[in-house]
Write a protein of this length. Structure first.
Length: 299
């Protein structure tokens, strides 16, 4: 097939020998099967930010460190150079995550490098040599579901121990071959220690995976791996050699409903007061004082 424009430089430099066929088109990248170094591999072409439809990217990039201070300042200012650096940081995040997780013995595609916004990596195949299916396209018996779910929970544990949370894990981001599940699509990987959304993203990842396997082994729906993992993480007791149980003692004390409602009412009252001050300021009245000194609280 005719090579896409973004792959032409890699062909010219000998990084890939031939473009075989398109594999998939996703929300943040297009993926092609290529021949490289005498074997079939994937070439993942990241889409530009303007074309990328990945939502709420800022939630995922929170906590990522940029060592170069000049680059960090440019990214904060959103200059042209800063936006370019932000794109490179987003693209390189997946490469960094793949290498880190491979070292942590998490089954992910083997990376071969990122070149001008194109990630070269292993093509995951099944026993017949065909492209491995996504978990979403796989059915299984209850025993297989329990086995694969336990393996994925162990991978999530190892990811967390390596400091990462997938952030978008589901049956659509997991491939399955003869050795079991393979986790893919990691440009949005979250740094667990520096992201305020880390716990919620971990819980969502585990919920997505558990719901899918729960179709075949319903007892999995009653497990609490997210709570168990986060408790271990916070207490500094993440040990990949200690098996997960899926059990966790949830809090039994009743929620302080009245306290929560009182806080909500206070916030609403404060916002109403702020709106009144803004209206008064627009009308040029004395009550427009920002500190509210000329305004009385309603009885």
């Amino acid at each position: 097939m005719k090579a896409p424009r973004r792959l032409q430089p890699l062909l010219e430099e000998g990084l890939i020998d031939e473009v075989i066929s398109p594999l998939m088109s996703g929300k943040e990248a297009d993926v092609f099967i290529v021949r490289s170094a005498g074997e079939l591999r994937c070439a993942k072409i990241y889409k530009d930010a303007a074309k990328r439809s990945f939502k709420k990217a800022a939630q995922y990039t929170e906590g990522r460190k940029v060592r170069n201070s000049r680059r960090a300042r440019a990214m904060d200012k959103r200059s042209r150079f800063g936006r370019q650096q932000q794109e490179e940081t987003w693209q390189n995040a997946e490469v960094d995550a793949l290498y880190r997780l491979a070292r942590a013995e998490v089954r992910v595609p083997r990376p071969f490098g990122c070149f001008d916004g194109v990630l070269l990596m292993e093509l995951v195949t099944d026993e017949a040599g065909d492209v491995a299916p996504r978990l979403n396209d796989v059915t299984m018996d209850a025993e297989q579901a329990r086995e694969d779910h336990a393996l994925l929970m162990h991978y999530v544990l190892r990811m967390l121990d390596a400091g990462l949370i997938h952030g978008d894990l589901s049956e659509f981001n997991i491939l399955v071959n003869e050795d079991g599940p393979v986790i893919i699509d990691l440009p949005q990987a979250v740094y667990a220690a520096g992201n305020n959304n880390a716990q919620a993203m971990l819980a969502r990842d585990i919920l997505n995976v558990t719901r899918y396997y729960g179709q075949f082994a319903p007892e999995l729906l009653n497990t609490h791996y997210a709570e168990e993992l986060w408790d271990r993480f916070e207490s500094g007791e993440l040990d990949p050699e200690v098996p997960l149980t899926g059990h966790f003692d949830l809090p039994t004390e009743a929620a302080d409903t009245e306290g929560v409602l009182a806080e909500i009412r206070a916030v609403l009252a404060e916002e109403a007061q702020r709106q009144r001050r803004l209206r008064a300021a627009e009308e040029g009245g004395e009550d427009g004082d920002e500190d509210g000194e000329n305004e009385r609280e309603p009885n």
